[in-house]
Design a protein around this ligand. Structure first.
Ligand code: ZN
Length: 287
């Protein structure tokens, strides 16, 4: 059973996890909140880049002794392998937490990950808590892991012959959530210099073929934002998992733009207005 305080804490952890978008790869963006035995939040943290502390490590460092007997609420199963950072299940055991609440399981743990080890150590472990909400942040990383290639989002300004200027702030905000931004000729890191160890920038714009994407995967890249023109997108369609399309909202009396903007095979996941534009997010179902 999960109580209402743990649900609130998990949503907080999910919000924190998004702070890592665009810099954690090849590691996942994870958030963690530590709640003490009196249900007070005593520590929060998120993973920022590989080679630095994991979310649990940051949150436990803030909580200190107040973690003892408390609960760790974390968006992804704590890791069970000792790499550059100590395994998180080890940190949680040392800190003396009594309970661990997890949203998504780590597919790389193959049933022998942190959750199982924590259970065997006598800690109360809940899994699958708000998992669909945690996947709003973890989804692309998990999809990349499943396919051994980066998750690819194509962004397109569907101007239909008219001038369509997206405010720079909006453009910047979008780019920084991806490891790599790929245009027709240029390739850039979403957050310049933002990544840690094991991340290699490609020297030139990658090929959107299975082998080209597999190469990006082995360079530590997990998410890509494509800014290609429409014709290019059509040829790369099989490799595109998600679309963000910006459509100018027609003023009264303007001719209605021709054709459906979202290609066949994708479903809308979000529709918002941004000033005089409409922003459409779509995904290939099951992507
Ligand atoms: Zn960890």
């Amino acid at each position: 059973m999960v109580d209402a305080h743990e649900i609130v804490a998990m949503r907080w952890a999910i919000a924190l996890s998004a702070r890592g978008l665009g810099t954690t790869s090849p590691n996942p963006p994870v958030g963690c909140v530590i709640v003490d035995h009196a249900r007070q939040v005593v520590g929060t943290g998120y993973h920022e880049r590989k080679g630095e502390a994991h979310a649990e490590g940051h949150a436990l460092a803030v909580a200190g002794d107040r973690a003892r007997g408390g609960t760790a609420v974390v968006t992804l199963e704590p890791c069970n392998h000792v790499g550059r950072a100590p395994a998180c299940r080890h940190l949680l055991l040392d800190a003396g937490v009594a309970r661990v609440v997890i949203a998504a399981m780590d597919p790389t743990s193959r049933g022998d990950g942190g959750a199982e080890v924590l259970r065997r150590a006598g800690i109360s472990v809940e899994t699958g808590v708000l998992e669909p909400e945690a996947r709003l942040v973890l989804g692309p990383w998990l999809a990349a892991l499943r396919r051994r290639r980066p998750h690819v989002t194509w962004t397109y300004q569907w101007a239909d012959g008219r001038k369509c200027d997206i405010p720079d702030a909006e453009r910047e905000q979008l780019r920084t959530q991806y490891d790599l931004v790929v245009g027709s000729a240029e390739v850039e890191e979403g957050v310049p210099g933002g990544h840690g160890l094991d991340f290699v920038m490609p020297a030139q714009a990658p090929q959107f073929t299975p082998s080209g994407l597999a190469e990006l995967w082995s360079s530590g890249i997990r998410t890509v934002l494509l800014t290609h023109a429409r014709a290019q997108m059509d040829s790369d369609r099989d490799m595109i998992d998600a679309i963000r399309m910006v459509v100018p909202a027609a003023a009264a009396g303007d001719p209605v733009p021709a054709g459906p903007p979202i290609p066949e095979g994708y479903a809308l996941t979000n529709v918002t207005r941004a000033g005089t534009f409409v922003v459409l997010d779509a995904e290939r179902p099951g992507a």
